[in-house]
Design a protein around this ligand. Structure first.
Ligand SMILES: *[C@@H]1O[C@H](CO)[C@@H](O)[C@H](O)[C@H]1NC(C)=O
Ligand SMILES: *[C@@H]1O[C@H](CO)[C@@H](O)[C@H](O)[C@H]1NC(C)=O
Ligand SMILES: CC(=O)N[C@H]1CO[C@H](CO)[C@@H](O)[C@@H]1O
Length: 209
């Protein structure tokens, strides 16, 4: 379902507020890498632009990747972790349509080249989400940095935390409330996660049940 541009702009502001206000902001600060990796944010921007300028539709999956990461164990990059036994977050059913991992990998490599071992993957996810949304003419927002990467990624936790597309409204409200998110946040983050497309199986039942 492609959402109109005007709606996108309005909703994305709410996403920005949501991602920066409610989830994992303790101890984060703007310009966190100012001294340790001064070009980090411009490298992220430039590398992301290389992808989005050629494939603007990647902006939606990149925002969604950040959202899925934050919903499980906070914004700690755990959605990126692989597991040998296919038991990581990315192996959970809702991951099956996650896209954009290659962009994150490319950005991380570029940043590592400039400043090895300094910038966390979790911060890269947060910055790439912001930059790619602003590159498709959505709003921009400030991203306080300093997130630490997690070392744990669990399929079961992803299933337990991420809202299922089959939840009814009561369940959805409870699920979001457990993360400190309200009804407005719920509306903003539902569907194709604000921008982009969604598959019919994810919402057809609500239209024709
Ligand atoms: C995870 O697995 C994918 C697909 O096999 C691979 O492309 C990627 O580099 C791996 N990531 C890590 C962090 O090992
Ligand atoms: C939502 O689903 C739950 C769990 O299946 C059920 O207990 C509840 O009655 C449902 N609520 C509505 C409004 O359908
Ligand atoms: C994009 C991604 O990482 N998808 C993975 C989700 O989980 C399945 C099942 O384990 C993997 O095969 C996919 O690679």
């Amino acid at each position: 379902m492609v959402v109109g541009q005007r709606v996108v702009l309005f909703q994305l502001i709410a996403v920005a507020v949501l991602v920066s206000n409610h989830i994992n902001v303790q101890g984060l600060k703007l310009g966190y890498y100012h001294k340790t990796c001064p070009n980090a944010e411009s490298i992220v921007w430039k590398t992301t632009y290389g992808f989005i300028s050629r494939a603007p539709t990647l902006a939606a999956p990149l925002l969604r990747l950040h959202f899925h990461d934050c919903f499980v164990r906070g914004c700690d990059g755990s959605v990126l972790l692989n597991s040998t036994k296919n038991q990581a977050e990315r192996d959970a059913v809702p991951n099956l349509s996650l896209r954009g991992y290659h962009v994150i990998d490319a950005v991380k490599s570029a940043v590592e080249k400039a400043c090895p071992g300094v910038v966390s993957c979790a911060d890269i996810l947060a910055l790439v989400a912001r930059d790619s949304v602003s590159m498709i003419h959505g709003p921009s927002w400030e991203v306080p940095l300093g997130r630490r990467d997690g070392r744990v990624s669990s399929l079961n936790e992803a299933l337990a935390n991420l809202p299922s597309p089959f939840f009814n409204i009561t369940q959805l409200k409870q699920n979001f409330a457990a993360k400190g998110l309200n009804m407005k946040d719920l509306a903003v983050l539902s569907g194709g996660h604000t921008i982009g497309t969604s598959h019919c199986v994810a919402f057809g039942n609500r239209l024709y049940n």
